[in-house]
Design a protein. Structure first.
Length: 487
């Protein structure tokens, strides 16, 4: 079994290199380097050490993942012929993807990989920025950093900020979490005689002239709540404070029952913002809906019943479970097939089949009447209890209209209530079969009525006469004018 011995070149010059690593690099005849751009290599060249570097591979690919893949495969191929030494900047087990890939794949190729050690850049960097790691820190790879990786309450160290391109990507990612002028520190060749340290505002990160493979970026933790308002954890803390011992009297006395009406109100205000396509209002109203969710979960946590983590886990599991065409092997060619799969999985989860209890039991009883009518009809339609088309359903509307006219003329209040309900139910059926959601249709009409009535009010104000002076016919003229103007 051939060997790959992996050595770390450290973060600085030859003086920082451990004696054992120095001897290994000097004595091997088959030395491979991820990159030759390192102070140690320049000094080893002067001592006659020969090597093969993979710097040219960086020029071949647009993505670092592809670079690491090719380097790994080339090393494994070389190791099938002879024992080799592979040297990387810093310590082999810190921010070195190629080493991780070698460790994962070597056994299957019959190759033994040993890590000989090396001096990590972290010790020198901690010293350079005067950071005590006991406070907690993150080490991230600048070539593959994502916004969700960053914990702004901790010290953040970003390694492998090779050049302006990587620095630009890192800057843009950080700007999604930090203010543009947030102070960061750029450190190159930490601990060596060539060490460079510069504290700059974040927006200047990709303008630095001394970025190379020994460059790291240090981002101090956010202490101010003002700078952490985009964090979910901050919202959670705010809600906990509101219901805490020193919190708001109103928030502290709320219960799940007392908050029900606010959830309904905020949901409808969000729907209104969506209908008006007002992005700013949508942001605000989505926040108000989220506030209700957070208040309910904080009450659950205060009572020791559940927490936001339980809610997040539950919805994540449900989405994965009900989308097997995304997270599993099931196929769904179109949206209709997705709905069929969803309903089958949902029925199985609830343990309710068509022949076990009522199909309508699955419909939430707390829905507003219009929405519940729509859902009841949809459920009945699944087993064939439905009109063939909207035209047929319209005949039922005519029938119910006639019946309502009859009881209306007789002044029978109980029957009127029943018959108007039947009429509304029949109209919902027509809308559903015509692929029109009745809630959206009625909401649109409400808005249209609002606009036209507001026009009438404005015209009445302009006239200087009180509303009582106008006949219905006169007001109707204003209404028709509003229609002409497209209101």
């Amino acid at each position: 079994m051939n060997n790959i011995r992996v050595a770390g070149l450290g973060a600085g010059d030859l003086n920082q290199l451990p004696l054992g690593i120095y001897k290994l690099l000097k004595e091997t005849d088959h030395l491979f380097l991820r990159t030759k751009e390192h102070p140690v290599i320049k000094q080893l060249e002067e001592e006659g050490v020969s090597y093969h570097s993979f710097d040219d591979i960086y020029e071949k690919h647009d993505q670092f993942e592809a670079v690491y893949e090719e380097i790994t495969e080339l090393l494994l191929e070389e190791a099938t012929k002879r024992d080799i030494v592979y040297a990387v900047p810093g310590h082999p087990l810190i921010a070195e993807k190629t080493v991780q890939l070698l460790l994962e794949r070597s056994a299957a190729r019959g190759i033994n990989v040993t890590v000989e050690g090396g001096h990590s850049f972290l010790d020198a960097l901690f010293t350079a920025v005067r950071l005590d790691p006991i406070d907690g820190f993150q080490l991230l790879d600048g070539t593959m950093m994502k916004r969700e990786d960053i914990q702004i309450s901790q010290h953040v160290i970003i390694a492998q900020v090779y050049d302006q391109m990587v620095a630009s990507d890192v800057k843009l990612t950080l700007m999604e979490k930090y203010p543009d002028d947030y102070e960061i520190t750029v450190v190159t060749a930490a601990g060596s005689s060539n060490e460079k340290i510069r504290t700059i505002p974040l927006y200047e990160l990709d303008r630095q002239p001394f970025l190379d493979n020994l460059t790291s970026v240090y981002v101090p933790p956010v202490i101010s709540r003002e700078f952490s308002l985009k964090e979910f954890s901050t919202l959670r803390e705010v809600i906990a404070d509101l219901r805490g011992p020193e919190g708001c009297p109103w928030d502290k006395k709320q219960t799940h029952l007392s908050l029900k009406k606010y959830l309904i109100e905020e949901s409808y205000e969000l729907l209104d913002a969506i209908d008006r396509d007002n992005i700013d209002d949508m942001i605000e109203e989505l926040g108000d809906v989220l506030l209700q969710v957070m208040l309910h979960t904080q009450i659950g946590e205060d009572e020791g019943m559940f927490s936001i983590e339980d809610v997040l886990e539950g919805i994540s599991r449900k989405m994965i479970r009900r989308h097997p065409h995304v997270f599993g092997e099931t196929k769904a060619e179109n949206a209709d097939e997705v709905v069929v799969n969803w309903e089958q999985i949902k029925a199985k989860e609830k343990g309710k089949q068509i022949n076990s209890g009522s199909l309508l039991d699955q419909i939430e009883k707390g829905l507003p009447a219009l929405l519940r009518a729509y859902e009841v009809q949809k459920s009945a339609a699944k087993v064939g209890f439905d009109w063939d088309n909207a035209g047929e359903a319209m005949e039922k509307v005519k029938e119910e209209t006639k019946e309502f006219e009859e009881v209306l003329a007789k002044q029978e209040k109980r029957r009127q209530l029943e018959e108007v309900g039947d009429l509304l139910f029949a109209v919902v059926n027509v809308a559903r079969l015509a692929k029109i959601h009745p809630e959206e249709a009625l909401q649109a009409t409400n808005e249209k009525f609002y606009r036209r009535f507001a026009f009438i009010e404005e015209e009445v104000r302009k006239s200087g006469r009180p509303f009582d002076d106008f006949s219905l016919e006169e007001l109707d003229l204003y209404w028709n004018e509003a229609k002409k103007q497209g209101k």
